[in-house]
Design a protein around this ligand. Structure first.
Ligand SMILES: [Zn+2]
Length: 168
C-alpha cells in the first residue's frame, strides 16, 4: 500500500506557477479587519516588490487576546486555504509593541511565501512537508523546524528591503 504521506511528498514537488495563469495583471489586496493600518504597506511591499506575486488577498486580523500555546506566547500565525491558494489570513496577537507587530508581520509574510510556492504544506497538526521532505512537528521544538529557520533568514532580507522602501 502506498501511504498518503508518500503521495503528498510527491505532489509537493510540483511547483505551482507564481504568475497569474490568465493574461490579466491583478492587484494584491490587503483586507485589514482591525484597522491597524501600519501593517498594510508592509504587506503590499512584500507581495508586490519583494516576492513579485500578484492577485493575492491577505486578510489581517488582530486577535482578541494574547495568544499562548504550550505555555509560550505566540506573536502570530498564517493560514492558507487548500482550495483558495490566492487567499491567506494572517493573525497577529493583540498587545504587541509596534516594533514586534512589524517584526511579526514580516515573519508571517515569509511563511506566506512558503505556502504560496508550495514549498511548505501543512499535512495536519503533527506533520508538514517542507521542500519535499516530511517533518514531524512533534519531534522537535518549533525553533528547530527547518521552515522556521528559513523563514527567519527570509524575514531578515525582507525587513531590510521594507525599511529601505518605507524610509526613502
Ligand atoms: Zn514562524
Amino acid at each position: 500500500m502506498i501511504s498518503l504521506s508518500v503521495i503528498l511528498a510527491a505532489a509537493s514537488c510540483v511547483k505551482l506557477p507564481v504568475e497569474p495563469s490568465v493574461g490579466l495583471e491583478k492587484e494584491n489586496r490587503v483586507v485589514n479587519y482591525t484597522y491597524y493600518n501600519e501593517v498594510n504597506p508592509i504587506v503590499l511591499i512584500a507581495l508586490s516588490e519583494a516576492f513579485q506575486f500578484s492577485g493575492l488577498t491577505v486578510n489581517i486580523f488582530f486577535t482578541a487576546r494574547p495568544l499562548v500555546t504550550d505555555g509560550f506566547p505566540v506573536y502570530g500565525f498564517t493560514v492558507s486555504y487548500e482550495f483558495q491558494p490566492e487567499v491567506f489570513s494572517i493573525f497577529l496577537a493583540r498587545g504587541l509593541s509596534s516594533e514586534d507587530t512589524r517584526r511579526t508581520i514580516i515573519h508571517e509574510l515569509a511563511h506566506l511565501k512558503q505556502f504560496y510556492t508550495k514549498e511548505l504544506v501543512m499535512n495536519d497538526k503533527n506533520t508538514a512537508i517542507y521542500q519535499g521532505r516530511e517533518i514531524n512537528l512533534r519531534r522537535m521544538h518549533q525553533k528547530g523546524w527547518p521552515f522556521e529557520i528559513d523563514a527567519r533568514a527570509e524575514s531578515w532580507r525582507l525587513g531590510y528591503l521594507i525599511r529601505k522602501k518605507m524610509h526613502k
